[in-house]
Design a protein around this ligand. Structure first.
Ligand SMILES: *Cc1c(COP(=O)(O)O)cnc(C)c1O
Length: 396
């Protein structure tokens, strides 16, 4: 088998070809190696492979050819030396945060983040003696003040879930590095198509592949991207020995999904921009947030670090929870769910779902009001989505 790694090609080309391994049958499409283990020619070869002196595969908790193809394609797309796939996005986030740290270390994170990530940072780490400080990710002074001599990691997502705040990745990377810490960026909302945190100064990027990377509602998955050195020193052994491995089947689905990632994200973003414009002056909407619009509060940062807006829109309907629920219930094309990045448009009420775990004051602080709705734009015709949403807002 030989791997292709056309790094000098543009992202669209890499998404189709990078990492493809072909067997002796020279198949066109990447193969699904649905196998737990591998057979050795001899006991000597087996010994050599366990010693790391023979490059083949050992066991699918460690590595697998289909998973390796997905990892190579992701690394080439992101411009990272190495990628490691995990069973879910949360396995990727938890591993990237936890594996390099030990008791006595300290982490600083933006409090605007996905609910489960916040659990890891706020509840889980302190139980093992790793202190964490949450800051308003938009306030650079708060990041600076939170740094301690034992701060090893800074963590953020941008745009944030669900309020689409855009954090200055370059400036925060500088603060982290000045304090001797690394910056990990959860790049799910931006997608690798619109934002490349490693080029902006981040040290590690994580994704939930469940979102845009699959983008068709089928598989869970995650990925950690960084340098060979970081992965080797901090991630490699942890993943092998604790076992949050991606299934080869999921890797195969996600690998094929990468071929259309660029096409999908571009179409979804074009539609999202049209929908955001259509909502902007709506009398029943008190607040609209779309990173692609000039009225986004961090429009200058968007321009500096993102290649385009987003496939997601946030808006607040007047009339609180009751009006928000009527809007969700009134949508006929967009469906009520908690996923995002899907080819099917999805409406979510964060206050009662993804962020219900937070106390009402914590939600208020983040701008997640009872009237706030997150809209993930799919691949339907944008005019149908606009008509659907306008009709739903009539009932609000
Ligand atoms: C969904 C999501 C995750 C977790 O991913 P799973 O695949 O559901 O485990 C992490 N971060 C962000 C920003 C997400 O949206």
């Amino acid at each position: 088998m030989s791997a292709q790694s056309p790094r000098n090609y543009r992202p669209e080309t890499r998404l189709v070809h990078s990492g493809a391994l072909r067997s002796q049958f020279a198949e066109t499409s990447e193969s699904l190696f649905l196998t737990q283990g591998f057979i050795y020619d001899s006991a000597e070869q087996c010994e050599a492979r366990f010693k790391g002196e023979d490059p083949g595969f050992l066991y699918s908790r460690f590595s697998n050819p289909t998973v390796a193809m997905f990892e190579r394609r992701m690394a080439d797309l992101e411009g990272a030396q190495t990628a490691r796939a995990t069973a879910t996005g949360m396995a990727a986030v938890t591993t990237a945060i936890l594996a390099p740290l030990k008791a006595g270390d300290h982490l600083v994170a933006s409090k605007q983040m996905f609910g489960s990530c916040r659990y890891v940072v706020e509840d889980l780490l302190p139980r093992y003696g790793i202190a964490s400080t949450l800051v308003d990710g938009l306030d650079l002074e708060q990041w600076r003040k939170a740094m301690r001599p034992n701060t090893r990691t800074c963590f953020l997502e941008s745009p944030t879930n669900p309020t689409l705040d855009v954090l200055d990745i370059g400036a925060i990377a500088q603060i982290a590095h000045d304090g001797g810490a690394r910056l990990i960026v959860d790049n799910v909302f931006a997608t690798p198509i619109w934002q490349s945190p490693l080029n902006l100064g981040a040290d590690v990027v994580v994704y939930s592949a469940t979102k845009h990377i699959d983008g068709q509602g089928r598989c869970l998955g995650g990925v950690i991207l960084s340098t060979d050195e970081f992965i080797q020193e901090h991630i490699h052994t942890f993943l092998r020995q604790t076992g949050p491995a991606m299934s080869p089947f999921n890797a195969w689905v996600l690998l094929k999904a990468l071929e259309t990632l660029g096409v999908r994200v571009k179409a979804q973003t074009t539609s999202a921009a049209q929908i955001a414009d259509a909502l902007a002056q709506h009398p029943k909407i008190s607040r609209l947030i779309y990173p692609g619009r000039a009225d986004h509060p961090q429009a200058a940062v968007v321009k500096k670090q993102m290649r385009a807006g987003s496939t997601l829109i946030g808006f607040e309907v007047k009339g609180g929870k009751a009006a928000a629920f009527r809007t969700l219930n009134g949508c006929r094309i967009a469906r009520i769910s908690n996923n995002l990045g899907d080819s099917k448009s999805i409406v979510t009420h964060p206050a009662t779902t993804t962020h219900q775990r937070l106390a009402p004051e914590a939600r208020a602080e983040l701008g997640i009001s009872d009237g706030f709705i997150r809209y993930s734009v799919g691949l339907e015709h944008p005019d149908d989505l606009i008509e659907d949403l306008m009709a739903a807002l009539e009932t609000a």
